[in-house]
Design a binder for this molecule. Structure first.
Ligand code: G4P
Length: 282
């Protein structure tokens, strides 16, 4: 897959997250519930030092509920604190706050022993672009106070936003640039919107999506595209969907570019239903 990377940007974003982590008690790492592995960046393990971390699986409304539960179990088995969230509809925020408080408790007790009373817990949100960082900050804060967008963090001057009397969150989320060598991970990040569309070869990405849907969610494909049988080959299926949706060029051949856009849009707007692209045993 051809995706253009900017190592300079990646290094800068990592340095910024590294700087921000020094100021916080707890890190909230967001991952996309549809791709809980691909949307995590292992660089966080290297720069966390001893900061406690909670993993928030967001966009659970877009993922397959059974698979998400299996992921929750998987992370719990690995002793990773995990919270399921649907930030768009404000589900899981209370649980996240509870978990941050629990993880910060040892630090708060140690501060109290040193005579520092009433210091708020400081948390920060990190994650890959578009995973839902600003949305989660807005949910935590309760009003639209958070700055949105993937802007450089440290250079803007950071502020603390009040979550409650006992907890603050950093106003600018930490951006973790997606990192992968495995092309499948790249495809998953592209499909879910963590990599900007202009950096993608649409047909490659959508062919991968079609193959995954064919394997795991054939009924969703049949229903959405009104297909009684699914061709076994990905390319033929791609073509059949293009034809059904009227994505044709002069002469009657399928316009794969247009068909790819249609399918990706359907996936992202949940026209295919809740779908997970990774399972714990993968
Ligand atoms: P970022 O700061 O990490 O870059 O992400 P941001 O919060 O801007 O969220 C990116 C997109 O994901 C937004 O959609 C947001 O609404 C959506 N989103 C965040 N959390 C959830 C969730 O739990 N469920 C669902 N379904 N969507 C979520 P958008 O299309 O860019 O904007 P809009 O739809 O809010 O207008």
């Amino acid at each position: 897959m051809t995706i253009q990377w900017f190592p300079g940007h990646m290094a800068k974003a990592t340095r910024e997250v590294q700087e921000l982590i020094k100021r916080v008690d707890v890190v909230v790492e967001l991952a996309d519930a549809r791709i809980p592995q691909a949307s995590r960046n292992p660089v966080l393990d290297d720069i966390l030092s001893d900061r406690p971390r909670v993993l928030a699986l967001v966009k659970t409304d877009m993922a397959d509920e059974t698979v998400t539960k299996a992921w929750q179990h998987y992370f719990e088995q690995n002793d990773e604190p995990v919270v399921l969230m649907n930030a768009k509809h404000n589900q899981g925020t209370g649980k996240l706050v509870q978990e941050v408080k629990r993880l910060a408790q040892p630090k708060m007790e140690s501060l109290q022993k040193k005579g520092i009373q009433n210091r708020s817990i400081r948390a920060m949100i990190v994650g890959v672009p578009n995973v839902g960082k600003s949305t989660v900050i807005n949910r935590l804060v309760g009003k639209n106070q958070a700055k949105t967008g993937n802007k450089p963090a440290v250079t803007q001057g950071n502020h603390w936003l009040k979550v409650s009397n006992q907890m603050d969150v950093l106003d600018t989320p930490g951006i973790l640039w997606p990192k992968f060598e495995d092309p499948e991970v790249g495809y998953k990040l592209a499909i879910t919107g963590a990599i900007k569309d202009e950096r993608l070869v649409f047909e490659d990405v959508v062919l991968y999506l079609i193959q995954q849907l064919h394997k795991w969610y054939p009924e969703a494909l049949k229903e959405r595209y009104n297909l009684s049988e699914l061709p076994s080959e990905g390319v033929e299926l791609f073509e059949a969907i293009g034809r059904k949706r009227g994505c044709l060029i002069a002469g009657g051949d399928v316009d794969f570019d247009q068909a790819a856009e249609v399918i990706l849009r359907d996936f992202r707007s949940q026209k295919l239903g809740p779908i997970s692209l990774e399972k714990p045993k993968d």
